[in-house]
Design a protein around this ligand. Sequence first.
Ligand code: ADP
Ligand code: MG
Length: 464
Amino acid sequence: MEKKSKITQEIFASEEEKILVWENIQSSFEKNFGLEIYSSWLKSISLLKEYNDYLVLGVPTRFFRDWIVSRYLDKILSLLKVFKNSINRVEFKITDDNKISQIDPYRDDSLNKVTEIKDSILNYNRLNPNLNFDSFVNGSSNEVALSSSKKVCEQISRYNPLYIYGGVGLGKTHLLNAIGIELEKKTNVMFISAERFMYHFIKSIKKNDMVNFKDFFRKSSVFIIDDIQFIRGKEGLQEEFFHTFNSLIDKSSQIIISADRAPMKLDRVQERIKSRLAGGLVVDIDTPDLDLKVKIIKKRLEDIQNQFKETSDISDEVINFMASETKTNIRELIGVLNRVITFSKIHKKVLTIADCKNILKDVFNQAKIITVDKIQNTVANFFNIPLAEMLSQRRSRPLARPRQIAMYLAKKLTTRSLPEIGRRFANRDHTTVIHAVKTITRLSEKDDEMKNNIDQLRSLLLAE
Ligand code: ADP
Ligand code: MG
């Protein structure tokens, strides 16, 4: 019984919720995107489900979805956050696909071959046809990960498991997706994030349907699991994952895993799991250099041109500016690029660096827009602990460290004073904040893992 309630608590972050008034959000879309974009694209979006940290939105066709995702998603997310700050992602569900299939150029029937559990949130977790090997740009920071991924596709079970790790927004999910697309041509592929694996696990426990769950996940020939760090600290889930892993390996299924850190750095994960994860081929993706960033921008521009038959006037100078100004990750780079493209479209002009600086002011000048709330949410999420516990008075290390890190980041990334920060952390004293800042500064100087965590959190916070 105790186990069950603990597990239920773990998914608390995705509980269903109804706070948003969709009409208000629609009017803010109209105001912020302008009538033209709104009535052509955004008006047709409907709200299907609201959870406390994400939304499921309905769009009529895949074409709509791809268009909206490639152009407007970043801005949509930031507008949604104005209404509800805890939202950190949206998912799209195609509401009307059958009727329109003939005229939808992006319809891809192979999608239907991916195994899915009907009637579940997994339904939205399909492979994304755009994240394939062709659209993945090769650079020195990702070349080993890329070539290993391709090798796995040529020869199943040669490296088992393949474990790809790296910081936020560096292309892990993209590579996993590309592997999935490739292998799906030959065999049955299961592609799932660790978070959804858990969601399904909990659901099966609640429905007393573990037999089906086990069967379902153990029958795939290729099992791809994204963001495995999510299992940290979740004993029940680790247990289940361990058994799934073993039974897949026993029948020579290929397993591909991504994580934000190396296997042995996964704290609060059972040793036997860590050693399994490290038992095949482990490769990392590093932060991109200037050359790769430029190549990615150019490729994106080319793709947009080919897909949507539009030309965009972005000069090499501006491309270089974007590439050199974005320090942290590729997702951020693409977000920046999308803004620049949108701006140049709306204003129908060739952009100068000065325009660019203006457009991107808030991207590059982050201190103003990061809030203590956001830091707290992001840190709690990152360490997989409930926000309320992070803010509570409990002093155990797994709670105290993240709390200190959140205080440290609040000091570094916002303009709030020490006493203000203290108050936001359940009315703590400013000396507690000072102590936290000192502790984390000291630790991040001598401890690689701490430094790594801080870097990742910064880039998560600065990415949007
Ligand atoms: P991660 O899973 O590591 O956080 P993603 O795979 O989601 O990162 O990548 C973030 C964004 O950057 C995606 O839009 C992805 O397509 C893009 N991206 C990352 N690496 C590359 C690359 N080498 N070439 C092209 N696009 C990339
Ligand atoms: Mg990812």
